[in-house]
Design a binder for this molecule. Structure first.
Ligand SMILES: NC(=O)c1ccc[n+]([C@@H]2O[C@H](COP(=O)([O-])OP(=O)(O)OC[C@H]3O[C@@H](n4cnc5c(N)ncnc54)[C@H](O)[C@@H]3O)[C@@H](O)[C@H]2O)c1
Ligand SMILES: [Zn+2]
Length: 412
């Protein structure tokens, strides 16, 4: 895909997510005076603003007065997402100048008198560590009462908001300003998780949701043989979620030996490098061998490759299940044979996209359990950059080096 095509695809996804709007809705108008006396909090905050294609400038803005419903957070870190990389490279949302960073976390340093609980009803106080989730502007009640919404499509998010008079709208910064009331922000108190875990919450929620979708087929069980195709961060986290459920017979398929080695450490019982094998029949035979002569009961498709989608049916037994989650954006058409791949095998297929707020909360427990059973989940963060190094951070992501790239506030 060329850059124009990627831009068109991302624009299309954004349209789906915002229910037709071409770009995220702008913030409601409200004037914010700079804070008069913030007791120990600096007067200004530093924000890495994407001011042009492939260019961040660190800008300094006044920290506004914290209203009765607002929260001021000192940022500790934020993961770099594929969406940030698209925005950095081609600005498909037309947001420049924009404060990016949506997989962030930090400490509450000041909050309004009306802020008592997070979006799950857990009490919050100054000093607590939080993460934000989506902004449900059209339905602020969702923050308290509807954690089960199907998924978070149709919502805005800090880190992809249009610039406004507050400016502290993204997590690639040293302070972020979380607006309360009708703005519809959702946030969670995650003080019991360490910094690396908190940075990994967002991508992990994608897999908690995918596994919840898979469970709805009634095929994925304690003793299932599971194939995970694709061992980028998404596939690797998929293996970790399966391991925390007690599933032990997992075959990982990828073309990168380093990633396959990581898959083993994450809990895959066997691995198959598809690049060493010619033809789909031989590949299916290799997967079958890895399961000791049987095909998979269930499969997770974690690549953005249409060929990989076509291939995966061959790894699944009659009556088995498949969760396709590899296409966050349109990656093109895939060919399958409806008779052989679906009908005659009676495959149950589910798609999975983003997550619900409920999955977000489940993810906190998943992370604790993954660490508790010794999975190297935190090693997914392979590169760490400071605010002044955000250009390098995004270039590293675009060059597909390592696994997860993160901004870490090194001034803490
Ligand atoms: N469903 C969602 O909500 C959601 C959320 C985030 C990401 N995603 C999607 O998940 C996919 C994976 O994300 P990631 O960050 O791990 O990406 P990634 O590019 O880091 O990893 C993909 C992996 O797939 C492997 N691969 C490619 N072709 C293959 C093939 N034919 N057979 C086996 N392996 C193959 C690659 O070697 C690579 O390791 C992306 O396409 C992304 O769009 C979906
Ligand atoms: Zn993201």
């Amino acid at each position: 895909m060329n850059e124009k095509e990627i831009a068109a695809l991302v624009q299309q996804v954004l349209k789906e997510m915002t229910g037709g709007a071409a770009a995220p809705a702008s913030a409601p108008s409200r004037s914010y005076a700079p804070a008069a006396n913030n007791g120990g909090i600096p007067k200004t905050a530093r924000v890495a603003v994407l001011t042009g294609l492939k260019h961040f400038d660190v800008k300094e803005y006044p920290i506004p007065e914290v209203g009765d419903d607002d929260i001021l957070v000192k940022v500790e870190g934020c993961g770099v997402c594929g969406t940030d990389a698209h925005e950095f490279k081609v600005d498909p949302f037309g947001l420049i100048p924009v404060a990016l960073g949506h997989e962030g976390t930090g400490e509450i340093v000041k909050m309004g008198k009306n802020v008592k609980c997070d979006s799950a009803g857990k009490p919050v106080k100054v000093g607590d560590k939080i993460v934000t989730c989506m902004i449900f502007k059209d339905n602020p009640d969702i923050t308290m009462f509807d954690l089960n919404k199907k998924n978070v499509g149709g919502a805005d998010v800090y880190g992809l908001l249009p610039d406004d008079d507050i400016h502290l709208n993204g997590w690639f910064s040293d302070y972020i300003f979380i607006r309360g009331g009708s703005f519809g922000s959702t946030f969670f108190n995650v003080s019991d998780l360490d910094l690396d875990s908190r940075i990994l919450i967002e991508p992990c929620a994608v897999l908690v949701h995918a596994v919840e979708r898979a469970k709805q087929t009634n095929i994925l069980r304690f003793n299932s043989k599971v194939v995970v195709q694709g061992c980028g961060p998404i596939g690797l986290i998929c293996i970790a979620v399966l391991r925390t459920l007690g599933i032990e017979t997992i075959v990982a398929v990828d073309g990168n030996d380093e990633r396959l080695a990581f898959a083993k450490r994450m809990g895959a019982s066997e691995t198959v490098n598809y690049r060493n094998i010619k033809g789909i029949d031989a590949l299916a035979a290799a997967v079958q061998d890895a399961f000791g002569g049987k095909l998979a009961d269930f499969a997770f498709q974690c690549t953005g490759s249409p060929v990989a989608h076509s291939n995966i049916y061959h790894f699944i037994r009659n009556g088995g299940g498949l969760c396709e989650l590899g296409f966050f954006i349109n990656g093109g058409d895939a060919t399958i044979n409806p008779h052989f791949d679906l009908c005659s095998k009676e495959i149950t297929l589910v798609g999975s996209w983003v997550y619900t707020l409920r999955d977000y909360v489940t993810t906190f427990d998943f992370l604790k359990r993954a660490i508790g059973i010794g999975l190297p989940i935190k090693e997914l963060i392979t590169h760490r950059f400071s605010l002044d190094e955000m250009n390098e951070a995004l270039e590293t992501n675009l060059a597909q080096k390592g696994l997860k790239i993160a901004y870490i506030n090194k001034d803490l």
